[in-house]
Design a protein around this ligand. Sequence first.
Ligand code: KG4
Ligand code: ZN
Length: 351
Amino acid sequence: MSPEAFAPARILGIESSCDETAASVVENGRTILSNLVASQVDLHAQFGGVFPEVASRQHIRAIYPILDEALRKAHIDLAEVDALAVTRGPGLPGSLVIGINAAKGLALGSGLPLIGVNHLEGHLYSAWVEAVQGAGQPEQPPRFPLVALIVSGGHTELVLMTGHLQYRRLGATLDDAAGEAFDKVARLVGLPYPGGPSVQKASANGDPRAFNFPRAWLEDAWNFSFSGVKTAVLREVRRLEERSREPGTLPVADLAASFQAAVVDVLVGKTIKAARAFGAGEILVAGGVSANKALRETLRARWDGPLHIPPLALCTDNAAMIAAAGYFRYLKGQRDRLQMDVLPNWPLTEV
Ligand code: KG4
Ligand code: ZN
């Protein structure tokens, strides 16, 4: 599919794979007409992570109002939509099922085509969604071949994209996802959930060279590992706490900055190396951790080719990315049956 093949179509996207209930209308896979996210982050903060049953109940409350709002903000009604795209997986089964059932209900009532979308594919397609002004995204949509890094709370994957909807998985994390490591380290040093943004904030006042945390380069492989750096932070925290038993003396900013530097170093180093090794001219980074300032700045400094990182609002879970991916699936002719079920462990390579 070339960019010339862009056919006018409006897709209503629905996302409920984890703890955000989201709905969005996107035109031609690129222009946002509306993009709404009902975040549950405050609700889960008390548990220090996502509590699946609470997430599911909250999705039930939020899904229909947010669908109505997405259409209202787009100034259209359902009859002016061309297809429904909904996240089918991967994600929490009890969360996914709320979005997928809402989509099925709408499809049944309206006769609109139903398209199941892989959540990771959605993250990739957030790079096709037109940047809001000032977000610094290149005006040109990404071009193939490109190397994509998906970094979120549940996934860290390095992918070669040779065309629309064509993926070769080069590597993935062997243990923790990058976002998960941020969340766990935040908890270790006493920073609030979600860990990524709090580690980033604390790092601003810290020295990234204060502690030399390990980088798992895993030479000869495109995989990642973050359990070593996480354990190294834990050991350092214990050592410091033994030395000074007074509360509040932990050098949180230095620990956060040094941890962040170690993670960013590996993510950036391996992504650029893969792009060169596979002759990819462009790099795409997506998923919650792509909101990280140090990651964005380091990539910009070390990679001189076109770099696609979504604007902040499209880094974390949203439905515009699902609508964008759904558009390319719609063009390809994908139409799913009403019997379509959720796929909580759906790999990107099996879409
Ligand atoms: O993509 P996402 O919203 O949900 C998943 O699909 O997992 O990603 C959430 C993850 C969390 O682990 C969160 O801590 C991390 O993204 N995150 C960040 C930042 N903002 C969110 N990590 C590092 N720096 C950030 N600024
Ligand atoms: Zn996600």
